[in-house]
Design a protein around this ligand. Structure first.
Ligand code: NI
Length: 255
């Protein structure tokens, strides 16, 4: 069994964990998992992320408004996020970004929320956790404009974009999609990026790696993602896990 898995992107407040959440987290933390960043998508889920972080020493919180949720939030949402971000276990602003696949939130509003939260992260000297779905160019443009510290989570862009981002010190978050047979780009990026820029993540309950694709994801299953990345890079999976953990500790300034 592996040790030291650091999951930089999880959603344990999701209802799919309602039946066994605390047993599952207990099993993870007694086993291969040493750290988890619980990501908020709304004011409410950001508060829940902080509750996990208060309950478990190994959990940390990201607080932020997800592009798909911005339209349903109250006008004072970003002020609330700023308050929550002052918590000692809030280590990032996220998950924030752009999602042009869905139109729950109009594009202008997504861009406004994204840019304001990048500026908030810079003001508080926190990294950002970025969601980009079918919005590569606008996302990269805003990141290159403001140059926050952070990670592009569940990276699905090209190797060229990955290099552009790592040149400004950005990290690349890879999860279950590197194991998917139909996803060539994530595997290519996993094989080629500078390993000092790599973070491992689940996005659980989603993005479960092969061979469990389709089932509910959890942080222990990062083992499959690490095995795939190790195979692509001719390394040992534990080495990939250890380096990714060190990278996470550095980016999120974990003491
Ligand atoms: Ni997510």
């Amino acid at each position: 069994m592996y040790k030291n898995i650091f999951d930089t992107h999880a959603h344990y407040d999701d209802e799919s964990f309602d039946s066994d959440r605390f047993e599952l987290i207990g099993e993870m933390l007694n086993g291969s998992v040493c750290g988890v960043i619980s990501c908020g998508c709304t004011v409410e889920s950001s508060k829940k992320s902080l509750e996990f972080a208060e309950r478990y020493p190994q959990f940390y919180a990201a607080v932020g408004i997800h592009p798909q949720n911005a339209a349903e939030e109250n006008e004072d949402a970003l002020e609330k996020i700023e308050e929550l971000a002052h918590h000692e276990k809030a280590v990032a602003i996220g998950e924030i970004g752009l999602d042009y696949h869905y139109d729950y939130t109009p594009k202008d509003m997504q861009l406004e929320y994204f840019e304001k939260q990048i500026l908030l992260a810079k003001k508080l000297d926190l990294p950002v956790i970025v969601h980009d779905r079918e919005a590569h160019q606008d996302c990269v443009d805003l990141l290159l404009k403001h140059k926050p510290r952070g990670v592009m989570h569940c990276f699905s862009g090209s190797i060229e974009t990955a290099k552009q981002l790592s040149d400004i010190g950005f990290y690349i978050g890879l999860g279950g999609s590197v194991t998917f047979k139909n996803a060539k780009k994530p595997a290519e990026v996993a094989a080629e990026i500078d390993i000092s820029r790599l973070l491992l993540e689940t996005d659980c309950p989603y993005m479960t790696p092969v061979p469990l694709r389709g089932k509910r994801n959890n942080s222990m299953l990062i083992a499959y993602t690490a095995e795939k990345i190790a195979e692509l890079r001719n390394m040992h999976p534990q080495e990939v896990i250890d380096i990714a953990r060190e990278n996470a500790i550095k980016l999120f300034n974990i003491k």
